[in-house]
Design a protein around this ligand. Structure first.
Ligand SMILES: [Zn+2]
Length: 264
């Protein structure tokens, strides 16, 4: 599109709302060019680690595939502590970046091995905020398994897939035993997602990291919610809801039909 429309950095462009919503560049206003505009060159190397970029067949995105790439390492940690993942309050993006830049944090296990002595000497880290951070890190060790799976940042594994996977295992490392075909029999998991999960758990480095997290750092990797189920009065009872039988719509009371129509 850039080439087709001859867009340059510094151009004034004509923008239209496509479908009345999304801003869409129609064309550059070439008559307003001053001669200082520059050509847009597509990057061939990662802007952070200078590794050669890679594009998968059929995908639009170019990726840096260097697993040690600092930008990726930092983003992985930011994702790990984020609200929907392990939710380590008081950590956040800014602290991850700060600790990383200062050499106080280099990978996910490092989150549990922080040198609080050194951190206490940094500006803005009083005894109280350090205490809070310590506590939040401690609490994150007991998060439900699906949050940990999501936190690992396995490509294509979002919160929903993480929940599906957590339901299927007693221990996180059980996922290592699943073949791509077996994974594909699970709800919402297609070949792309299954392949990515197999790829993650076949990496020795990843397994080593998980073992360190569990054995040395005390992160819970068993599915506790499974053990909590059962034993109640409703144990073993199956509920059928009208939504499960869309083809029997006519057989339902008028009141229900109306309610469902409103809902959808
Ligand atoms: Zn890179």
């Amino acid at each position: 599109m850039i080439r087709e429309k001859d867009l340059m950095i510094g151009d004034t462009v004509l923008v239209e709302r496509a479908g009345d919503v999304i801003p869409y560049i129609v064309k550059p206003l070439a008559e307003l060019r001053t001669g200082t505009e520059t050509k847009i060159e597509f990057p061939e190397e990662c802007p952070v680690c200078s590794s050669r970029l890679f594009k998968e067949e059929g995908e639009a995105a170019w990726r840096c595939v260097n697993i040690e790439c600092p930008a990726q390492v930092v983003e992985r940690m930011i994702h790990y502590v984020s609200k929907d993942a392990l939710d380590i309050k008081g950590f956040g993006e800014a602290n991850i970046k700060k600790f990383y830049d200062l050499g106080l944090l280099k990978d996910i296990p490092g989150i549990y091995k922080l040198d609080f002595e050194a951190i206490s000497k940094l500006e803005g880290f009083g005894a109280k905020s350090i205490e809070k951070l310590k506590e939040a890190i401690q609490q994150s060790k007991q998060q439900p398994l699906h949050r940990l799976i999501f936190a690992l940042g396995i490509r294509f594994v979002g919160e929903t897939t993480a929940k599906v996977l957590a339901q299927k295992v007693h221990h996180l490392l059980d996922l290592k035993k699943f073949s791509q075909e077996e994974l594909q029999t699970l709800e919402d998991i297609g070949p792309k997602v299954a392949g990515s999960i197999v790829h993650f758990f076949s990496s020795e480095d990843n397994i080593k990291m998980l073992q360190e997290l569990e054995n040395e750092l005390g992160i819970t990797m068993t599915n506790n919610s499974k053990q909590m189920h059962g034993g109640g009065e409703l144990d073993g009872v199956t509920f059928l809801l009208p939504e499960h039988f869309p083809h029997l719509k006519e057989a339902r009371p008028k009141k229900w039909q109306k309610r469902e129509e409103e809902k959808y």
